[in-house]
Design a protein around this ligand. Sequence first.
Ligand SMILES: Cc1cc2nc3c(=O)[nH]c(=O)nc-3n(C[C@H](O)[C@H](O)[C@H](O)COP(=O)(O)OP(=O)(O)OC[C@H]3O[C@@H](n4cnc5c(N)ncnc54)[C@H](O)[C@@H]3O)c2cc1C
Ligand code: FES
Length: 277
Amino acid sequence: MKNPYIAQKTEIMEVIVETSSDLDVRTYKLKLDEGQEMKFMPGQFVELSIPGIGEAPFGFSSSPLESSQIEVTIKKVGSVTEAIHNLKPKDNLWIRGPFGNTFPVKEMEGSDIFYIAGGLGLAPLRPLILYMLHDTNRAKYGQIQMLLAARSTGDFIFKREYDDWAKSPNTNLTLTIDRPEEGWQGQVGFPHMLLPEINFNYSNAYVVLCGPPIMIKAVASKLQEMGVPTEKIVTTLEMRMTCGVGKCGKCNIGHQYVCIDGPVFSMAQLAEMPDEY
Ligand SMILES: Cc1cc2nc3c(=O)[nH]c(=O)nc-3n(C[C@H](O)[C@H](O)[C@H](O)COP(=O)(O)OP(=O)(O)OC[C@H]3O[C@@H](n4cnc5c(N)ncnc54)[C@H](O)[C@@H]3O)c2cc1C
Ligand code: FES
């Protein structure tokens, strides 16, 4: 990595509007200056900045097997994210990273994998999904089950890729929304309520979970009720961050810094930490 405090310039190559609801979520395809690359692993994140506005952390949402052009998927919530949403292709964004730990891709080899994502929580899981579904890696993992939840049909992100994901061998995808909608053929209900109906063998499996804290807590508690060990349930946290490199103390939970000890943690690790996430 270059000096982790110095941001590099990127150019926005494409902006994809993900949602057709009140939520405004967009994916930004970014290219570094002069053909430079940014190598990363699933779970890691970057700090993006606009001079004069500010800086904020975002997970990679693209495949780690593609490092010349990276993607980040951003929900408009405040000053930095609004300023990013005002940018267009060919505009510049500044980037520092990659930061943080990664999903345990090696330890997960030989296991079945159950992805459970709520809303924007699918963004940090997409690098792991694309990594595992890629031809070079698919045989290293067993059955892949995905349960993707959104408030409404307009809130699903990366919809254009679901058919391709479901076509991968031994892979199954279930979609659910919070309330019924006319014409909707998928499931209705919160993910933790649907878990008992999904035929999945947890005996040699990892569950990878990401979404709003309330969903993470409900799903994790249901999984434990169903006998899944907490060390096999993995999630990624979003805390307030500034430096991204363990210096400012902004992101600590107890003795851990989410920016360097995380953002990926198992439920067993979180159980040992103060309940601040
Ligand atoms: C490791 C990591 C990965 C992240 N990945 C993504 C991602 O892929 N896509 C994405 O859209 N966002 C992601 N976030 C969250 C993102 O950093 C915040 O949305 C962003 O910092 C908001 O900045 P802002 O200046 O636009 O909003 P602000 O003006 O700072 O805040 C606007 C509102 O959002 C709330 N808020 C701000 N930050 C957070 C946060 N971290 N958690 C909960 N509430 C918050 C504030 O309380 C306020 O109500 C990630 C955060 C972390 C730490
Ligand atoms: S963001 Fe500074 S210590 Fe984690």
